[in-house]
Design a protein around this ligand. Structure first.
Ligand code: HSE
Length: 309
């Protein structure tokens, strides 16, 4: 039986444009790491938070990782407590699934201390409890890919079912994170609660087309289907220069470009050879809007959260 464990959970692109709240994929380049240790003191304690966002709350119930692990621990009849330390590699409020990755890393690390570890599907619901602390609502488009890896579709909330969708080989995701904070709560609050029937039809066709194109390596179909007609038009005003950044990506050969999760990170899918040009063109547009950025080029691998130590 282990006394300690360390788990890594990758960042994620929520929604992937066309799959609001139900589709997401991993960004292997960055992630959060959680270390857990058995303690004689019952319950879950956060000893420290380090890395890019060390100012997050240490109180277990107010912290996404704390809440996720607490709900896992409370479902088990443990005769020990767990102390945790969180290392944030994902910037806060970036739209890269930072709260989800911390929650996922916490339950994966905690699970390694159990006498009878749970399956990833069983861990999903505990990680979801953590994510709810950060965004005020339960959605799985960051949690599920961070946990399972790759491009993941989730159906259902109370009894979620997940499916890893194959990504055509040689595709890359480029990401540009402008240095500004965008609250997920706020980016959700501004969304209209109703959708025009014609937009619903268009969005359903795009999501179905995108997924079937992923299964059949049909890059032209991915390009045609990669258009969010519901959420992106409402959120783009929250990101200075978004239209210019998207235009830069598309005119340099991207298959599609949209807002990562609730933003402000903007992502694009493209073929590997085009990735350096596209990411540079996108960052240059943010610079014209006086926003410095971080940038990444990532493969989309079916490799989710895992114990690393
Ligand atoms: N699907 C969510 C949203 C992701 O777009 O609001 C943010 O966590």
């Amino acid at each position: 039986m282990r006394n300690s464990a360390t788990a890594f959970a990758p960042a994620t692109v929520g929604n992937v444009g066309i799959g609001f709240d139900i589709l997401g994929h991993t960004v292997e380049a960055i992630g959060d790491t959680v270390r857990v240790e058995r303690s004689v003191r019952r319950g879950v304690r956060i000893l420290a938070i380090t890395g890019s966002e060390a100012s997050l709350p240490l109180q277990t119930e107010r912290n996404t990782a704390g809440m996720a692990l607490k709900s896992l621990v409370e479902s088990q009849n443990l005769d020990f407590g767990i102390d945790m330390t969180i290392e944030k590699g994902i910037p806060l409020g970036s739209g890269l699934g930072g709260s989800a990755a911390s929650a996922v890393a916490a339950v994966v690390a905690g699970n390694a201390l159990l006498e009878q570890p749970l399956t990833k599907l069983e861990l999903l619901k505990f990680a979801m409890k953590g994510e709810a602390v950060a965004s005020g609502s339960v959605h799985v488009d960051n949690i599920a890919p961070s946990l399972f890896g790759g491009l993941v579709l989730t159906v259902g909330i109370d009894h979620p079912r997940t499916k890893q969708i194959p990504v055509p080989p040689g595709l890359r995701c480029v990401l540009v994170h402008p240095h500004m904070f965008l609250s997920t709560r706020e980016a959700r609050r501004i969304l209209s609660k109703t959708v025009e029937l014609s937009d619903l039809v268009w969005q359903c066709a795009n999501l179905a087309g995108f997924i079937s194109a992923c299964y059949t390596n049909d890059l032209d179909m991915i390009r045609d289907a990669f258009e969010d007609v519901v959420v992106e038009p409402q959120r783009q005003a929250l990101i200075p220069g978004f239209k210019d950044v998207k235009r830069a990506a598309m005119s340099n050969g991207a298959l599609g470009c949209s807002i990562s999760g609730a933003g402000p990170t903007v992502f694009a899918w493209c073929e590997e050879a085009a990735a350096p040009t596209i990411v540079a063109a996108m960052a240059a547009q943010f610079a014209l809007h006086k926003l410095g950025c971080d940038q990444w080029v990532s493969s989309i691998e079916p490799k989710g959260a895992r114990v690393i130590d």
